[in-house]
Write a protein of this length. Structure first.
Length: 518
């Protein structure tokens, strides 16, 4: 379901008046310290650098800007100070080492309008965010994450089953797989088929979450005064869109939580996150605790989690179809370690360095959040002789860091062997993509160990079951294709083609069935 178009240029005149007023106000309040801001493109009167803000490929276009201005670039986007960090050093120096000042999130009118103010990923840095983050932490540590492996293995086998049934629907199978993994691990609710009602609910939540994060998507973010437009007024359509989203989301979150409470788990390896939080934090009032738990679980679900992970998995199929020699090498390793009589499981992981290197390379080659999730600096800071103004939005160009040829020679190529030493062991020292792709400082992704383990079992299982080839035409001739992605959003979704998915043995179907019976 695609959201209604919330902004129509033909009815934009009321916006234009408000916009003009705000731009004039910005023009007269230009501070003197502006001269010491980091370098960047020359701003135009009134609109600043609004036209310089990339529109098609955020990572690549900001990387071009960095070549000209350096690894810390300043833009004034319709009055909003914006700083783009283009190197790992700048990101570590500021977001990691000065994290007390750099851990806020930009304030968003749309977040309030769609009722996502409980979503801790988008909350301002403060006591409420800290409380939510602390509730999640003990449920996502490297020691606890293995306890969710049963959900991840089930979903990997189910993915094979779905591909066997209808290889042409790969895009929706991938989406469904991550929805099922996260739904199981967070709520304990089992998603069986893509037409499941729970699946549609979480799709709706993710869709709204992603839409409001698209830079420039809603002019009300730059001109908050527009929030007072009535929804029936020309240009006020975004308010109706937001009100619909708010109503849907609120009922979905309640529904999921109630569904989860009624799940009974006797098997410790299938204890969902919600039960862990409700059971592990006994000191608070139960209603207050329940409310927080409901919000925390939904945050873990909505925020990018399923969508970011499935964007990464989508890129896996692109890479495998484009690089058959990589695929072949991984399959040789799997055949040697796992054999043809069973599917891989987590106990095989330490013996599969090449498959592990594929997961690392995947996160590097296609960073699903190429510009991370924006931070906001609280108070003025100085860096390399420049002032970074308090309140500025801070982006890290993760895409550019991963395209640094010093760290990753031939960066556009998919080359897992870059992460292996001469003896064939995994060697990521000083350039591990998982140290970058999951963000920085106090806001680092809490789901990173979970995501890493899900990606491993999915990649290993698919590689052992299928030979993935390029799409073919009706005449059976391969259709040339290249990597394409929507790169103007927070999440970069690769285009999923109709690959050929040839089972590697006639027993794959049997293996899936017997694995589920174990
Ligand atoms: C390949 C998969 C994933 C990638 C690339 C990814 C990446 C990221 C990034 C870049 C951030 C922002 C960090 C920052 O602000 O510096 C983030 C935040 C977050 N991620 Fe992930 N993520 C992934 C999977 C997951 C999963 C599976 C979950 C949950 C189970 C999750 C939950 C979250 C949450 C809740 C936040 C917000 C943290 C906060 O604001 O305090 N992510 N993620």
């Amino acid at each position: 379901m695609s959201p209604a178009m919330p902004f129509d240029v033909r009815t934009a005149w009321p916006w234009a008046i408000s916009v003009l007023l705000v731009l004039l106000a910005n023009a007269v309040r230009r501070p003197r310290k502006y001269a010491r801001f980091p370098p960047g493109p020359t701003p135009l009167p009134l609109i600043g650098n609004a036209l310089d803000f990339p529109r098609t490929h955020l990572g690549r276009e900001f990387a071009e800007m960095a070549k000209k201005y350096g690894d810390v670039v300043y833009l004034n986007v319709l009055g909003q100070d914006t700083v783009v960090l283009g190197s790992l050093k700048a990101a570590r120096d500021l977001l990691d080492k000065r994290s007390a000042n750099y851990s806020d999130r930009p304030t968003s009118v749309m977040v309030q309008l769609v009722g996502y103010d409980w979503l801790f990923a988008l909350m301002n840095y403060g006591s409420r965010w800290r409380q939510h983050r602390r509730a999640v932490h003990p449920t996502m540590t490297p020691d606890v994450v293995p306890q969710y492996q049963a959900f991840q293995s089930d979903a990997a086998r189910n993915l094979i089953r779905l591909i066997l049934q209808s290889p042409g629907d790969l895009g929706s199978h991938i989406k469904f797989t991550f929805a099922a993994i996260v739904m199981g691990a967070l709520y304990g609710i089992e998603l069986r088929e893509p037409h499941d009602k729970y699946y549609h609910m979480v799709e709706r939540m993710g869709e709204v979450g992603e839409e409001i994060l698209i830079p420039g998507r809603f002019p009300v973010e730059a001109f908050p005064v527009l929030r007072y437009l009535p929804s029936w007024f020309p240009g006020g359509g975004f308010k109706k869109w937001a009100a619909d989203a708010k109503r849907d989301i609120s009922s979905i979150v309640d529904y999921l939580f109630e569904g989860s409470k009624s799940v009974i788990t006797t098997d410790a390896s299938r204890r969902p996150m919600i039960h862990r939080i409700l059971g592990d934090t006994p000191s608070q009032e139960s209603t207050e605790l329940e409310k927080m738990c409901k919000e925390v679980a939904a945050t873990m679900y909505v925020v990018l989690s399923a969508r970011v992970s499935n964007a990464t998995m989508g890129a896996f199929f692109v890479a495998m179809a484009l690089y058959p020699e990589v695929q072949k090498k991984a399959q040789q390793e799997l055949d040697r370690v796992v054999g043809a009589e069973r599917l891989p499981d987590f106990s095989d992981r330490p013996s599969l360095p090449y498959v592990n290197a594929i997961v690392k390379e995947l996160l590097r080659w296609h960073p699903a959040t190429p510009m991370g999730v924006p931070h906001r600096i609280l108070a003025d800071d100085e860096y390399n002789g420049h002032v970074i103004p308090g309140g500025a939005t801070i982006f890290v160009n993760i895409w550019a860091i991963f395209r640094d040829p010093e760290l990753y020679p031939q960066p556009d190529e998919f080359m897992p062997s870059r992460f292996l030493d001469t003896a064939g062991n995994l060697d990521v020292h000083g350039r591990d993509p998982t140290d970058v792709v999951f963000g920085f400082g106090r806001r680092i992704c809490p789901g990173r160990h979970f995501a890493d383990s899900a990606l491993f079992i999915l990649c290993a299982s698919v590689l052992s079951a299928f030979e993935i080839g390029p799409p073919v035409g009706e005449d059976g001739v391969p259709i040339p294709f290249k990597r394409e992605a929507a790169d103007h959003c927070v999440v970069s979704h690769p285009k999923v083609h109709q690959y050929t998915m040839k089972p590697r043995s006639v027993h794959v179907d049997h293996l899936v069935r017997t694995a589920n019976e174990q």
